[in-house]
Design a binder for this molecule. Structure first.
Ligand code: ZN
Length: 248
């Protein structure tokens, strides 16, 4: 029986939804993120904001939400040359991968997360990776994650479970999952409150845009991450599960 989890929490829509799921399941939940000198610091700012809003809005989750770990991973910026860490435009590479791909990033993240989970005695590692959406990052694939689970469990001689709640669902279903988790949280109107919180405080845009507010949140509206988030949100709203939210 698993009772504790460490959530890879970047401050985006996906990891915020994973965090909500972990809080609905486990007695003790901690969060981790990595500062690898991302071009934009807004993601790291967003996560602080999301954590404090979750504590404020969902008191029954607040009592389960423990320590937050922010690890310095500047070395990742040194070994990679991508549009996430350098000031270059987003484009597709010849390999068929977008230049936002940081080789080995998730492998490193999971290894460091497991080291922290080991030290903190946390049984489950939760990550919002997904095979369904556009990017096709090879280190987000289900097989990669299963291989990592095995390697980390063997290499640290501790049975880790790596949970990937979003692996097989699309962005519209991710919004719907957040609604469902919020609704079951014990906070009145929690479904809509969690969707609102994710819209307002999480950050996804590759360009770090926090100026333009859309119904689905802040962002440039045209980068691949914004497009994906916007399209998913539109389909979620069209499903009738949530009220349409207006940009202020
Ligand atoms: Zn954008």
């Amino acid at each position: 029986m698993h009772t504790s989890a460490l959530v890879l929490f970047s401050g985006g829509q996906d990891s915020a939804t994973c965090l909500a799921q972990a809080l609905s399941r486990y007695q003790r939940v901690e969060t981790i993120a990595f500062d690898y000198r991302q071009r934009h610091h807004v993601e790291l700012d967003a996560r602080t904001q999301v954590l404090s809003e979750i504590r404020r809005t969902f008191p029954q989750w607040a009592s389960r939400l423990g320590q937050d770990h922010l690890l310095d991973l500047a070395v990742l910026g040194e070994v990679s040359d991508t549009s996430l860490t350098r000031d270059t435009a987003f484009r597709m590479e010849q390999s068929g991968l977008p230049n936002t791909f940081v080789p080995g990033r998730n492998l490193l993240f999971l290894t460091l997360a497991a080291a922290v989970a080991y030290r903190r005695d946390l049984q489950v590692i939760v990550t919002g990776v997904c095979e369904t959406d556009f990017s096709g990052y090879p280190d987000c694939r289900d097989d990669t994650i299963k291989a990592m689970q095995l390697a980390l469990s063997l290499g640290m001689d501790k049975r880790f479970l790596i949970e990937t709640p979003l692996m097989w669902i699309d962005k519209a279903a991710t919004w719907a999952l957040a609604y469902e988790l919020g609704a079951k949280s014990g906070t009145a109107g929690g479904g809509q409150l969690l969707v609102d919180l994710i819209v307002e405080h999480t950050h996804t845009c590759y360009l770090g845009d926090r100026e333009h507010r859309h119904a689905w949140g802040y962002g440039c509206g045209t980068c691949p991450a914004c497009e994906l988030r916007a399209r998913g949100y539109e389909r979620f709203v069209a499903s009738g599960q949530t009220r349409q939210m207006q940009a202020p």
